[in-house]
Design a protein around this ligand. Structure first.
Ligand code: PEP
Length: 270
């Protein structure tokens, strides 16, 4: 039987929560989202990784970082390397649009971050997505293709391969934190494009097996449109990931998708 792709719900807490309160919030989210068929990940700020990790022990919810530095070590004051995260996190977001915007991160830099994740056993959620003007002018797909191709070119220059456990988050920049969402069909078309571009690069899991998440103002009320699309495998959730009830609703909906996909994979195998 061909295994269906994992359904993944990852929460990006951004610069919210404190070490004093983060563990309780994470524990509450874990208790409200007990759906084994959904891979759940919480990405708190660095300083909350330890208390969140302690609170999530035995819950099945994984801990992720929101970023890693592109170098292994050195004179980079205030930065955090992937190696420093070992034992604190098993996943990391890289290339989030807020970092591309605020820290000027390029696709080449994101590729180097991906290499650091791979070297240190962190599963990367790499973000791509277009600006509103690019969507309006019909350039959304070309933009995302360009981001992936520049990332791939840098990997090739470094002699590095795409990791087999890579996850891509398609996050239209204009939908992040705005209350606007993409149309499910547009997100699904982008997921197909992402699999095609990475599949053409010959990477081990980059074709049909590559999980592609949608991100951008996902809530328990908007998730349905995306999970109804067979090409979308879950969500990267920002603001709503800080709300226990919202996460409960989002993960419950994701559980329905995971169950339906497992059932149709089982039927196809008979
Ligand atoms: C994000 O931070 O990746 C995100 C999608 O944020 P929001 O859900 O708040 O739009």
């Amino acid at each position: 039987m061909t295994e269906p792709r994992q359904v993944i719900i990852a929460g990006n807490w951004k610069m919210n929560s404190t070490p004093g309160g983060a563990g309780q919030l994470a524990a509450d989210i874990a208790a409200a989202t007990r759906v084994d068929s959904v891979s759940r990940v919480i990405c708190p700020p660095y300083v909350c990784l330890a208390p969140v990790g302690a609170a999530l022990g035995g819950t099945g919810v994984a801990v992720g970082a929101q970023n890693v530095h592109s170098e292994s070590a050195g004179a980079f004051t205030g930065e955090v390397s992937a190696a420093m995260l070992v034992g604190l996190a098993t996943w990391s977001i890289i290339g989030h649009s807020e970092r591309r915007r605020d820290q000027g991160e390029t696709d080449e830099l994101v590729a180097r971050k991906l290499v650091r994740c791979t070297e240190n056993g962190l599963r990367a959620i790499m973000c791509v997505g277009e600006q509103l003007a690019e969507r309006r002018s019909g350039k959304a797909e070309a933009t995302v293709r360009g981001q992936l191709e520049r990332m791939l070119a840098e990997l090739s220059r470094l002699g590095a391969a795409l990791p087999v456990d890579l996850v891509i988050a398609y996050e239209p920049v204009w939908a992040i934190g705005t209350g606007l969402t993409a149309r499910g069909a547009d997100a699904a078309a982008m997921a197909q494009l992402i699999r095609a571009v990475l599949g053409d690069a010959g990477a081990a899991n980059a074709g049909a097996d590559l999980p592609v998440l949608y991100g951008g103002s996902v809530t328990s009320a908007t998730i349905d449109e995306f999970l109804a699309e067979p090409d979308i495998d879950g969500a990267l959730v920002g603001g709503a990931s800080l709300k226990v009830d919202e996460m409960a609703g989002i993960v419950a909906r994701a559980g329905l998708t995971a169950a339906a996909r497992a059932k149709s994979a089982g039927a196809a195998a008979r």
